[in-house]
Design a protein around this ligand. Structure first.
Ligand SMILES: *Cc1c(COP(=O)(O)O)cnc(C)c1O
Length: 422
């Protein structure tokens, strides 16, 4: 099946006489005929036992997203942040280190630099455009994984997935890619060598700003038996002596994440949230096409506006990442554009406050056009150095082009930019 079809047909597969639309299974528990049957489930958890870590409605959405990404399994989480955190904790523990591209989402920077540090995990940040030799230097004996973001929020740099996959694999560790902005419609990181993909489903996948969530997709590509990951290939005494690679085969990573981390943390979405996420996913392919078309038109308009210093949109000819975008995002670079308003912070604030239609909000990748000023909003807790490393300056505005008529979007931006110019 092609993506448009998967968005609609994957996941929930009704049998004779069953509802045509995926039902919301609003139940925390599942009943069985015998105690023995439940005992067997602990030996092989192939049915739902308890909604802290699995539920039939969420399960359908997990299957759909795994299918879209070309993975062997997926696990939904209650937020994108939790997806990123669990993707790391599934492989790293106190005393370990990880390597991450520095141009990633600000929330992830904080999670990795501050919170992981408190848990005893060191994150070494690296410039994603550095050459192989420099990246090699970040590896240590205790390095467990490499992390990057396909299309960085809000720097809009394009991550060279193939380069990093090659380097990570050379050092015997997997590559995890946050594919939130691209979505599997625009880029499938597993195809380029990523082993695990994470998303904030709060963004394009949901698309309507109605519920937050995340997902981890297991590519099933990494060889966990290389000696570095005993937790996946040796019996887990905390879970019935399970050997994850034996029980789950190629889906060992995601099976372990569910049986260890989700069981203990319980950051699992409610069935109702998964139902809403699925509605968003059904139209994802169609929406992404239009987001890209609108954003490309808006980016061209912005490029020619005198109040705008720089436009960052990898789909645009001449953009620093245009060549990379041609490779990784051939069908479009999503709806998100970063601009630097001439004059820095003050004119950027005037622009923000002068918009009549576009919403000022802490959100992105919504059906509604929305704007955010990272330096004074989302990224205010980052130091200037971290801001620069994340590709942000004080006049930078992140514009998330929605699905309104493009002429209306441009008209609104134009009048607000003209006020910022004065
Ligand atoms: C928003 C975002 C996250 C965090 O997701 P939440 O759902 O807000 O927790 C992670 N990565 C990227 C790229 C994001 O845009």
């Amino acid at each position: 099946m092609k993506d448009e079809t998967k968005c609609i047909r994957s996941g929930y597969k009704p049998k004779n006489g069953e509802p045509g639309v995926m039902p919301i299974v609003q139940s925390t528990t599942y009943v069985f005929d015998t105690a023995e049957k439940i005992g067997e489930l602990f030996n092989f958890p192939n049915e739902h036992m308890y909604s802290r870590f699995s539920n039939p409605t969420v399960d359908c959405v997990e299957k759909k997203i795994a299918d879209l990404e070309g993975g062997v399994g997926a696990m939904c989480t209650s937020s994108g942040q939790m997806a990123s955190l669990m993707s790391v904790l599934n492989l790293a523990q106190a005393g370990d280190s990880i390597i991450s591209a520095s141009a990633i989402y600000g929330g992830t920077v904080n999670l990795f630099a501050v919170t992981l540090k408190k848990l005893g995990i060191e994150c070494i940040f690296v410039d994603q455009d550095a050459d192989e030799e420099e990246i090699d230097k970040c590896f240590k004996d205790n390095t467990r994984l490499v992390f990057g973001e396909t299309l960085a929020n809000p720097a809009l740099s394009v991550f060279d997935i193939e380069k990093f996959a090659k380097i990570a694999h050379k050092h015997g560790v997997p590559l995890i890619v946050d594919n939130t902005f691209a979505t599997p419609i625009l880029c499938k990181p597993i195809k380029f060598g990523a082993d695990v993909v994470v998303h904030s489903t709060t963004k394009y996948m949901d698309g309507h700003a109605v519920q937050g969530g995340g997902v981890i997709v297991d590519g099933g590509t990494f060889d966990w038996s290389n000696g570095k990951f005993p937790e996946l290939v040796e019996p887990d005494e905390s879970y019935h002596g399970f050997v994850y690679t034996e029980k789950f085969g190629k889906a060992a990573y995601i099976g372990k994440a569910r049986m260890q981390l989700m069981r203990d943390f319980g950051a699992y979405p409610a069935a109702n949230s998964a139902f809403l996420l699925n509605l968003g996913l059904e139209t994802l392919a169609v929406r992404m096409e239009r987001y890209c078309k609108n954003a490309y038109t808006v980016a061209q308009f912005l490029k020619s506006h005198p109040a705008v210093e720089t436009v960052r949109y990898p789909g645009l000819e001449g953009d620093k990442y245009h060549e990379a975008a041609k490779k990784y995002l051939p069908n479009g670079s999503s709806g998100v554009i970063s601009i630097d308003i001439k004059g820095g912070r003050k004119p950027a604030e005037i622009f923000m406050d002068s918009l009549n239609m576009a919403s000022r909000e802490v959100h992105v990748a919504d059906i509604r056009t929305c704007v955010l000023h990272p330096a004074s909003m989302t990224h205010r807790q980052l130091t200037d150095e971290q801001l620069t490393a994340a590709g942000i300056n004080a006049g930078m505005v992140r514009l998330s082009v929605g699905l309104e008529n493009c002429e209306d979007i441009i008209e609104d931006l134009d009048q607000a930019l003209n006020k910022a110019l004065r």
